[in-house]
Design a protein around this ligand. Structure first.
Ligand code: ZN
Length: 310
């Protein structure tokens, strides 16, 4: 690997404006593992120089990129009474980055297929571009069909499939077709080897299991609607009968500097606003949560967002 690439990886490991998912994608891309990727760079008064800094590294590596428009981002800053308070924290930019001009051409083909609603063809082109396993891409295409979903899953087993795939292959950006997927196993192992070799500082913090005891409150519940399927406009739920619930659990205190919304799958119908003690184990980009006893209830829990335009 040349010096410019090593410097880009170094930037990615330490940039304050890249979260773990963005660091992971940019490092794997810079190491030559992924032909293209998309990530977000957040800019706040604390890291105003990072946009220029990133672009300088990309140019030094002669990597084509498309920087998106500035968009504002909000973060949860506290919970007061029954109100989850959000505040504008800065600006973010989306970056599409490519190994070479041929990948840029593939990206344009991908966008054109999406625009023409040729979803399956778009997924196949996108899958190659972003280094997803072909068997998983085919499975993903099948899953965008209401009849297939109803035949193969219940509400609970659908979300369990997503959670299990994420735990089995924490370095992959695609959802594996199964936890036994051979292509995904191979890919995840190769990504781990690349990260250990070229980004040891990031690997150490990202792969470490961090345990926290924190109170959480039950927030909204996930719903898979029929418009998830390609070409369907209906907002009716895919699964009429609920044999489980995927909730967002919000931490009542910051964890690692942020209020987190964890997704939590359970057979139990928890009431929104219930506060539980919890033991959280965070590793890679997921969190395992063991709920303790219910402590109290917050009536009318709601979010207050401002949507300030920059
Ligand atoms: Zn697969």
């Amino acid at each position: 690997m040349n010096r410019q690439r090593r410097q880009l990886i170094d930037f990615a490991q330490h940039a304050a404006g890249l979260d773990n998912a963005a660091k992971l994608k940019l490092i794997l891309f810079a190491a030559g593992v992924k032909p293209a990727t998309f990530f977000a760079l957040r800019v706040s008064p604390q890291n105003l120089d990072e946009k220029q800094h990133l672009e300088r590294h990309l140019k030094a590596c002669k990597l084509p990129f498309i920087a998106g428009k500035a968009r504002g981002y909000e973060e949860i800053v506290g919970i007061k009474g029954d109100t989850v308070q959000w505040k504008m924290r800065g600006t973010w930019y989306g970056y599409d980055v490519f190994a070479d001009r041929a990948q840029v051409a593939q990206f344009k083909k991908y966008l054109s297929l999406v625009q023409r609603k040729k979803h399956a063809d778009a997924d196949r082109v996108g899958g190659t571009l972003y280094d997803y396993a072909p068997c998983c891409v085919e499975h993903y295409i099948k899953e965008h069909n209401v009849a297939f979903l109803r035949k193969n899953y219940s509400y609970f087993s659908y979300y369990k499939h997503l959670h299990d795939a994420e735990r089995a292959f924490p370095l992959l950006m695609h959802t594996a077709c199964s936890t036994k997927c051979a292509a995904s196993k191979k890919m995840n192992a190769a990504y781990a080897a690349t990260l250990k070799k070229y980004a040891p500082a990031f690997w150490k913090t990202f792969s470490a299991a961090r345990k926290y005891a924190v109170d959480v409150v039950v927030d909204s519940e996930s719903e898979l609607n029929e418009d998830f399927a390609y070409g369907i406009a209906s907002s009716k739920p895919v699964f009429a009968k609920k044999d489980g619930h995927e909730f967002a659990l919000l931490t009542l205190k910051p964890v690692e500097g942020h209020y987190y919304l964890y997704s939590y799958l359970t057979r139990l119908a928890l009431k929104r606003g219930t506060v539980f003690t919890a033991r959280v184990t965070m590793q890679y980009n997921h969190a395992d949560i063991a709920l303790g006893k219910p402590k109290r209830a917050i009536k009318n829990l709601h979010h207050e967002r401002h949507f300030t335009l920059l």
